[in-house]
Design a binder for this molecule. Structure first.
Ligand code: SF4
Length: 473
């Protein structure tokens, strides 16, 4: 019987069985940022321990960094304090820091792949839930808590239980105007926000095979929103082509050896899965969330479900969502007025995300509705530079979008980019939890970047395919 990629990578990185019964797993790569690392470093200091593998540890700053100006000191003293602590810690422990000064800064899940650090067959961890993003490369990557960040800094290992593996096969083709974001939101809608608990998700099938690395990252990014600890795609020629020539990917003979290893970790054709789910690409529509978790979603031309149409165990959550979102059961989601539009985040803040939108708005004289505050926030300084070089910043600005500096921005709003009061935001990010975007009463509708752009221009949720004539002959 063959093995899955998950089993191969997990087994290759297992150091020992611990007295607790858990397995001790070596971490190939540890990514850190300013929010979850200061306490971990303090604990390390308290224990008098060094960072065991500084050369396997890389840092960036993303959550707290302002996107209007990155000039220091930051006006928020807490943000400035976090930044200073990170700078002090990386210097003390000899950790490479992707800093703003060097032009390498960005969201941790954007810069890791961009630098060529994220590679197939690796174990990767970071004190951030959306570390599952890196699974797009065929890595086993997961988010960890602050005390685990300490453990990895001190030992480069983690205590873990082995997960079950569910293969999610998306067959056929996506219709024009349906994107990777719609695929991942659809999967979460079908399997539920807790459907993946205890599982690693292996994504495959024609649709995933045809996706770019950026698109695969969008899908893997949201695995955690479906309850899975991690999600991955088997590496293939698309993966190797993406990694070739990146700043920190292997070079020369090391490249040949690496590719041979990467090929060997792919799931075997006769691998056994704990579960297999099949989804037809043709059944996926542009998706919009209507509720307060990413599973509460409908196709753009659908309606907010009535309580009776929701499975019994989800009715309480649905009632809570109707009240919080001020949406009526049975109400069409299309036409929901928005106040803010946000394109960015580690889900959809990569160059191709902005290029997709740009291709839809350029040269059409389309403008953001005057009452909408629309933000375009690159996921990294490298993405931002590329956008400026290509003149994309001007196209967005002329259409009425604010073009910002790189960072997490309004995804989590641990920086000045926040919703105010009951504002409704069409967002390309990954969480629509209550208060997620900085206002305790703010409301988030998750969707693809194209759908966010359409909502910004229409001033309300609309079908991007109609507005932009996507797929029209
Ligand atoms: S963009 Fe959002 S989800 Fe991604 S790392 Fe930043 S805050 Fe977390």
């Amino acid at each position: 019987m063959g093995k899955t990629l998950y089993e191969k990578v997990f087994d290759a990185h297992t150091v020992a069985r611990l007295p607790s019964g858990q397995l001790q797993l070596l971490m190939g790569l540890h990514l850190i940022h300013e929010v979850t690392s200061p306490q971990a470093f303090s604990m390390l200091e308290h224990l008098g321990l060094p960072v065991l593998f500084p050369e396997r540890t890389f840092a960036t700053v993303d959550h707290i960094i302002p996107t209007k100006s990155q000039l220091r000191p930051f006006s928020d003293s807490l943000a400035e304090e976090m930044m200073t602590a990170l700078e002090r810690n990386v210097k003390k422990h000899g950790i490479r820091f992707f800093s703003t000064e060097k032009g390498e800064q960005g969201i941790v899940h954007v810069v890791g792949p961009e630098m060529g650090l994220t590679q197939p067959g690796m174990t990767i961890c970071c004190g951030d839930s959306h570390t599952s993003t890196h699974g797009a490369f065929g890595a086993i990557a997961f988010g960890i808590g602050t005390s685990q960040v300490r453990d990895v800094l001190a030992t480069q290992t983690l205590a873990m239980d082995k997960l079950k593996v569910r293969r999610i096969e998306v067959s056929g083709k996506l219709a024009p105007g349906v994107y990777a974001k719609d695929v991942t939101l659809h999967v979460i809608n079908v399997l539920g926000v807790n459907g993946g608990v205890g599982y690693a998700y292996e994504y495959g099938g024609d649709v995933l095979d045809a996706m770019s690395m950026d698109e695969r990252m969008t899908v893997c990014n949201m695995s955690i929103e479906g309850g899975a600890r991690c999600g991955y795609v088997n590496p293939d020629e698309t993966t190797y082509a993406y990694l070739k020539g990146r700043a920190l990917s292997p070079k020369g003979e090391a490249w040949e050896r690496a590719v041979a290893y990467w090929k060997s970790v792919r799931s075997d054709p006769d691998a056994a899965y704990d579960d297999v789910v099949k989804i037809r690409g043709e059944d996926i529509e542009p998706v919009v969330t209507w509720g307060i978790n990413p599973g509460q979603s409908v196709g753009v031309n659908g309606s907010v479900p009535r309580a009776n149409d929701v499975p019994e165990n989800e009715r309480g959550a649905a009632e809570e969502a109707y009240a919080y979102m001020s949406l009526e059961p049975g109400q069409k989601i299309r036409g929901t007025k928005i106040d803010v539009a946000f394109i960015g985040s580690c889900t959809n803040g990569r160059l191709s995300d902005f290029e997709e939108v740009l291709g839809l708005i350029r040269g059409k004289g389309l403008k953001v509705k005057p009452h909408v505050r629309a933000l375009v926030v690159p996921g990294s300084q490298a993405v931002r530079r590329a956008m400026i070089e290509k003149g994309y910043d001007r196209v967005f600005t002329e259409a009425g979008f604010e073009f910002r500096e790189a960072g997490c921005s309004m995804c989590l709003a641990m920086n000045p980019d926040k919703l105010a009061g009951r504002e409704v935001c069409a967002s390309s990010s990954n969480r629509n939890f209550k208060g997620r975007q900085g206002s305790p009463t703010g409301r988030t509708l998750l969707m693809s970047p194209a759908m966010v752009a359409a909502a910004a221009i229409a001033g309300e949720v609309t079908d991007a395919r109609e507005l932009f004539g996507i797929g029209a002959a």
